[in-house]
Structures are given as C-alpha cells and as structure tokens.
Design a protein. Structure first.
Length: 272
C-alpha cells in the first residue's frame, strides 16, 4: 500500500486461513479501495493459491508476493518503467535480500539477468543457475502467463520462470530490493516435495523430480510450441543434461572414488 506507483491494485488470495487474516483483510478493504480480498473455501496449497490470485488480476503488469515478504516503496514503479521502455523484456525484479528471524541473512541470491537474444539460451542459462528463484516475484507482463498460471508440481516456479524466459528477457535492477523471510513453507524442502505428492524416497533427492518435470514441461507447455517438435525435443534434452550435470555430478563425485575428473568434464560440457 506504500508503493509510489499510482495505478495500483492489491489482490489478496486467502488460502483458507484459520487465524485472524480474514477479519484483518476485510477491514483493510473498507479503508482502501485499491485492495480486493478473496478467500478460498479450503487450503489448496501455495501453487494453486498463487494461480488463484493471478486470476483476479486486471492490469497488464502484475507481481506475486508471499505473505511474509515485502518490497521497496518504488519497486513497482521502477520495474514497470523498465518493462515499458524495453518491449523485449517480460519480467523485471530487484535484488533479493533475505532475513532470518527479522535480521538480514548472509544468504545471497544470484543476480539473474537472462538477456540473450536466443530464447533457448535464456532457458538454459536459467536452469544452469537458478536456486531459490526469487526473481519470479518481480513485475511480469500478465499476457505472458499461460492458462495454468502456476504449474502445480514440485519446482513449478522454476518451470514458470523458464517459460517466461523463453518468451522474453528477464532483468534484475540493482537499485530496488525484494525482501524475503527465510522459513515458512519453503524452508522444509523435503516436506514441500511430499506436499506435492512425491514419495518419501524421491523427496530425499528432490532435484531428480525437478529435472523430470523441467524436461516434460519443455515438451508439453504452450510457451515452447512455436519452435516445432524437433527443436523442442532437442531443448528438452539440453535442459535435462544441464540439470543432471549440475545436480548429479556433485552427488556421484562424493560417492564414486576416482570419478571426479571425467564427471566434471561431462558437467562442463553441458555448462557451455
């Protein structure tokens, strides 16, 4: 509500909270016409709740923001300014600062700039570097989000940013910040994976599931349709290879004596 951007709407999607959230939000709506509140009848998980919020968006630009995160007061205006001046850009974010129990954390998020002229290169660059994926909480062009606004699989946020990167450039501004609290639902990776239906065994190695979902998404998602079947299959193979090299090589190096050198050569090949 403190944003300096004039034409602002605030959509709250309440995922069937059981505390005082509903009463608080309704009181805010009565005081500020920019705020609209919607309540889901049952808890649908965070991915479906993000999608539910997007369905109420009216403007050409939007950003998702989790309930325990916040942004600088000029965050929206700076990001929209960049999008309006660069038609080839689909998403603009600020640098990410993490907090643990209210205090700044030493945890750093890589600065994400996917600026290649090649859509497939932007996708591969994303999968080669993505970690906590705070970049997705930047300002995005609404028209670039597909019907399944937020893929409801483990690692769906990675898939979504890849789809956006395929459609256009992704840029991080250095003069505004997204502030994120560590902990909450995203702090328990294994529990989060099981919440998406993964078995306990797969939840122990969640990157295996993410690799599979990423490959499948390239083959199925509408965003990639324009490059044709052959190129989609090739891109899916590169994505799978990049993620396998990134996550599988360190795992095998730790467990197979003498495998470090050849495995690292394979990894470096997929990084190029």
């Amino acid at each position: 509500m403190a944003q300096d951007y004039a034409d602002l709407e605030i959509v709250i999607s309440d995922n069937a909270s059981t505390d005082g959230t509903e009463q608080f939000c309704r009181s805010v709506c009565e005081k500020d016409a920019r705020v609209r509140y919607y309540r889901l009848p049952e808890n649908v998980g965070h991915a479906r709740n993000f999608a539910a919020a997007f369905r109420h968006v009216r403007g050409p630009f939007f950003l998702w923001l989790a309930d325990d995160d916040w942004i600088d007061s000029n965050f929206v205006s700076r990001c929209v300014e960049k999008l309006q001046s660069h038609p080839d850009t689909v998403l603009v974010c600020g640098v990410c600062i993490y907090y643990r129990e209210g205090n700044p954390s030493e945890l750093n998020e890589p600065v994400v700039n996917l600026l290649s002229e090649s859509p497939t290169r932007r996708v591969l660059d994303h999968y080669r570097s993505v970690k906590r994926n705070a970049t997705l909480l930047g300002v995005t062009r609404s028209a670039c989000i597909e019907a399944d606004a937020f893929p409801t699989v483990f690692g769906g946020d990675w898939l979504l940013l890849a789809r956006l990167a395929f459609q256009g450039k992704v840029n991080t501004l250095g003069d505004v910040a997204l502030h994120r609290s560590l902990g909450g639902e995203s702090g328990d990776m294994r529990g989060l994976a099981m919440g998406f239906g993964l078995s306990p065994a797969i939840a122990r190695v969640p990157n295996v599931a993410i690799t599979w979902y990423a490959v499948r998404d390239v083959l199925r998602a509408d965003s990639y349709r324009r490059i044709g079947t052959v190129r989609r299959v090739a891109l899916a193979g590169e994505v799978g290879g990049a993620l396998a090299a990134r996550f599988g090589v360190p795992y095998l190096v730790r467990r197979i004596p003498g495998a470090a050198a050849p495995l690292r050569r394979v990894r470096d090949r997929f990084r190029r």
